[in-house]
Ligand binder design. Structure first.
Ligand SMILES: C[S@@+](CC[C@H](N)C(=O)[O-])C[C@H]1O[C@@H](n2cnc3c(N)ncnc32)[C@H](O)[C@@H]1O
Length: 258
């Protein structure tokens, strides 16, 4: 089974289980968004700054690997023309249910974030890309494709993991201890020991990758995007990392000609 297929099934099962990242946003959040206050997450706990979103009325917005009914309905309620793109049909169905429930218009496209050939050059004003590139092996095509489908001066807002997250011993992490054992870039499938990998697969856990900061940040710059915003975030005091550092990163990058 391909990685794409395995992770699609895994995310479809997470929807059935009601995982946090598959739960549809609330009527209260939709009402706020209709009044111009859009509270969305790229990382676990910090709202994306309103200045990163700007006035969404009439903006063409791509939610990239952003299925699940959390952000799409809020962007649509704020007046954006929203397309949600995701590999999981069940995640896309959450946006469909939300759109019906809240009377909103959301276009849904299923596919792999490494290939945005479904879209013409210079289509979108804004791309919203929450933590999800840990589920693909090579992130450079995501930055290149995003730069291609963004209009000039359009922006991509991204959340991703600090790669140290995937470099620790998973057994010790489960016991609350941090010890670096894996070299980066990291792949669950290639680098985990067989026993731990078998446990993840038995639980239908999506397969993950740890990408270097050169690929995460350098990759955006190489694709012709200029970094114009940055913050870090934690797990909300639920991870051993929270004691030491913020393990998630959010960036705003703008398509500009230098
Ligand atoms: C953590 S969820 C992010 C979406 C969620 N709405 C949020 O708020 O963070 C990760 C998403 O990435 C999607 N995904 C994983 N691999 C993908 C791929 N290769 N192409 C497109 N989407 C993918 C999953 O189906 C899932 O919906």
């Amino acid at each position: 089974m391909s990685l794409l297929e395995y992770n699609r099934n895994a995310w479809n099962k997470l929807v059935a289980k009601g995982d946090r990242w598959t739960q549809i946003t609330s009527p209260e959040m939709v009402d706020k968004a209709r009044n111009g206050i859009v509270e969305v997450l790229l990382t676990p706990t910090k709202w994306v700054p309103q200045s990163w979103l700007g006035d969404l009325k009439g903006k063409k917005l791509l939610g990239l690997a952003s299925g699940g009914g959390q952000q799409g309905p809020l962007f649509a309620a704020a007046g954006a023309e929203v397309t949600i793109f995701d590999n999981s049909d069940a995640q896309l169905n959450q946006d469909k249910i939300a759109a019906e429930q809240y009377g909103l218009d959301i276009k849904l496209v299923q596919g792999n974030m490494q290939d945005l050939s479904a879209f013409e050059d210079e289509t979108f004003d804004l791309i919203f890309h929450p933590c999800s590139n840990c589920f693909i092996d090579d992130i450079k095509p995501v930055w290149k494709e995003s730069a291609r489908v963004l209009k000039s001066k359009g922006a991509i807002l991204s959340g991703f993991c600090n790669p140290i997250m995937q470099s620790v011993d998973p057994y010790k992490y489960d016991q609350g201890t941090l010890e670096i054992v894996h070299k980066l870039p990291f792949s669950d499938e290639r680098d985990l020991d067989k026993e731990y990998l078998a446990k993840l697969k038995a639980e239908n856990t999506p397969m993950e990758f740890g990408h270097t900061l050169s690929d995460q940040i350098g990759g955006q710059i190489d694709a012709g995007l200029l970094l114009a915003g940055f913050y870090e975030d934690d797990f909300g005091q639920t991870s051993p990392f929270d004691k030491y550092m913020e393990i998630f990163i959010a960036t705003r990058a703008v398509k500009v000609q230098l």
